[in-house]
Design a protein around this ligand. Structure first.
Ligand code: ZN
Length: 128
C-alpha cells in the first residue's frame, strides 16, 4: 500500500517551507534534517518547529521532501502567497498568488472573473 502524499507548511518563528510528506511527523523530520529552518544561522530546535497540513494542496506530482522551488510551492497550494515574486501577467515584482495555474500579483488576480472570496480576502490583507 502506498501512503498518500500530503502538502505541509513547516515553520519556525519567522520562516516556513513547503514540504511533501506522508505524515506531519515525517514532514517535520524532513524539514529538521534539511537544516533549511534557521535561527541566528543555526538550525532551529526540534521543539520550535510547527507543522500545518494544507488540505487543499495538490502534491501528487511532487517528490517527498522540501519543495525547493518556491514557485512550485505556491502553485501546488502549500504557500498561500509569496513576497517578491514575479507576476506572470504584468511582470511586476510583487506579492504574488496562485490563480488557475498562474502566478499573479494581487492586481492581476482581481482583474480576473470568479476570483474566490477566500483569495480576494487574502489579497486585501497582503496588499498595503
Ligand atoms: Zn500582475
Amino acid at each position: 500500500m502506498t501512503k498518500n502524499k500530503r502538502g505541509y507548511y513547516v515553520s519556525s518563528i519567522h520562516y516556513g517551507v513547503a514540504v511533501v510528506a506522508t505524515s506531519a511527523k515525517e514532514a517535520k523530520q524532513i524539514a529538521h534534517k534539511s537544516g533549511v529552518l534557521l535561527k541566528d544561522m543555526e538550525p532551529v530546535e526540534w521543539i520550535s518547529i510547527q507543522v500545518r497540513w494544507i488540505r487543499d494542496a495538490d502534491v501528487s506530482d511532487l517528490p517527498i521532501g522540501v519543495v525547493n522551488d518556491t514557485r512550485m510551492g505556491l502553485l501546488c497550494g502549500i504557500y498561500s502567497h509569496l513576497e517578491g515574486g514575479l507576476c506572470d501577467e504584468c511582470g511586476k515584482e510583487s506579492t504574488v498568488f496562485s490563480y488557475k495555474g498562474l502566478v499573479l500579483c494581487g492586481e492581476c488576480v482581481l482583474k480576473q472573473h470568479n476570483v474566490p472570496d477566500k483569495l480576494k480576502t487574502l489579497i486585501m490583507i497582503k496588499s498595503e
